[in-house]
Ligand binder design. Structure first.
Ligand SMILES: [Zn+2]
Length: 140
């Protein structure tokens, strides 16, 4: 550890340059804590700002992006599971001739159990299956 004192060079965050740069110590608060520094790049004199403290706050914000990482197939299956477990109606065999309404559980021969999420049209419904969201025909 080199001792800090007036006239010595130190790394400080510069508010003007928005960078961690070499500064010259102008004043000391105590024997070990730096008061004011002069930026060697822009020559501005300002309070010493510990560059390691600036870095610490930066890494905190970049960690937030991890939360949003979720594949779409995961969320469909999550949604499906939640809806199937909440459903109170009996599942009905899917047929394009039948009429379905939002909230119905469909038993599809190919896709398995599905949940009617939306009525898109008079003859079209949006159904959430375990791995996919499909538009099916009904009311024919
Ligand atoms: Zn500067």
């Amino acid at each position: 550890m080199s001792k800090v004192s007036v006239g010595k060079e130190v790394l400080s965050y510069c508010n003007k340059c928005k960078l961690t740069l070499a500064h010259i110590i102008v004043t000391m608060k105590t024997n070990s804590s730096i008061g004011k520094v002069e930026c060697k790049t822009c020559n501005a004199t300002h309070a010493y700002k510990d560059p390691s403290a600036v870095k610490a706050t930066k890494s905190k914000t970049s960690g937030l992006s991890k939360k949003t990482r979720k594949s779409s197939s995961d969320s469909i299956s999550d949604m499906w599971l939640e809806m199937i477990s909440k459903a109170t109606s009996q599942s009905q065999k899917y047929s394009p001739k039948s009429v379905f309404k939002v909230g119905d559980i469909i038993d599809h021969t190919k896709f398995g159990p599905g949940f009617v999420d939306k009525c898109i049209d008079q003859d079209k419904i949006q159904v959430i299956f375990r791995h996919d969201i499909k538009t099916l025909i009904h009311n024919r």
